[in-house]
Design a protein around this ligand. Structure first.
Ligand code: ATP
Length: 245
């Protein structure tokens, strides 16, 4: 594997009596698309939120781009972008205005910002979305702006949490194509989903997360071989069945 850009060591998180993560070790290499797979409640969002420094682990440690989420959270934030469900956009602003607004937070001057927006347009096919107000956008259009905002500072690492949820067939395809293109341009992606065929399509390796534990890490082909099936879904189910109750 290339130098790891994302590393988790003994990562654990407890919410009251719930053990959301129970000691997760993982390395994701530079330029890799890694699928974090698991059913509802497996701990995917918790993992991504710890990586994004939005919450702190109860035990263990994680690093992004060599920086510790505990000791160097600002550097970690500069190294990543995150797309998850809960990020609202200002209804009255256009796509371009939103990208300008956040671009200024990143300290980009107007010229750089225009160049970045042209780059995003190429990557995401923003087109007319740039000049539409959020209130008039479809959910697929909004998702393009949310993804654009997440990568505006060109972070080496992109975290996507159930990013195709609620998208129609066109918007879903556009997002999956974008993931492949973003990866091909050298970026690292952690792709959390419970939609296994999506992971099969875009991820180099996958991890099966089940009740806060990583049961398997490897390529899709290795998962199928290890669990003697030609279906990634069945491989996941077999991995979960091996866990003592
Ligand atoms: N803020 C919180 N307070 C209490 N429990 C929580 C909190 N956030 C998550 N949990 C619990 O932690 C466990 C892992 O949740 P998490 O959201 O990380 O799973 P997930 O794999 O992302 O699932 P989903 O696909 O449903 O989002 C679940 O049992 C969940 O109920």
């Amino acid at each position: 594997m290339n130098e790891p850009l994302v590393r988790l060591k003994g990562l654990a998180k407890r919410y009251g009596n719930t053990e959301a993560l129970r000691g997760v070790d993982l390395e994701v290499g530079a330029g890799e698309a890694f699928g974090l797979l698991g059913p509802n409640g497996a701990g995917k969002t918790t993992t991504l939120r710890i990586l994004a420094t939005l919450i702190r682990p109860s035990a263990g440690e994680a690093w992004v781009n060599g920086r510790s989420v505990l000791r160097d959270p600002l550097a970690v934030r500069r190294s990543l972008g995150i797309v998850n469900g809960g990020m609202g956009l200002y209804e009255r602003l256009t796509g371009r205005e939103i990208l300008h607004f956040f671009g200024r937070f990143y300290g980009l001057d107007p010229e750089e910002l225009d160049a970045r927006i042209r780059w995003l347009d190429e990557m995401l096919g923003l087109g007319a979305v740039l000049d539409k107000r959020v209130e008039a956008m479809s959910s697929g259009m909004i998702q393009k702006i949310v993804v654009g905002r997440a990568i505006l500072h060109r972070p080496p690492v992109l975290l996507l949490d159930e990013a195709t949820q609620g998208l129609d067939v066109f918007a879903r395809r556009a997002l999956l194509d974008f993931v492949q293109e973003y990866k091909a341009s050298g970026h690292t992606i952690v792709y959390s989903t419970h939609v296994l065929p999506e992971a099969e399509e875009v991820c180099d390796r996958v991890g099966f997360l089940h009740r806060g534990r990583l049961l398997f890490v490897g390529s899709v082909a290795e998962a199928k071989e290890r669990y003697a099936t030609d279906s990634l879904e069945r491989a996941f189910i077999r991995a979960a069945e091996e866990v003592p109750a």
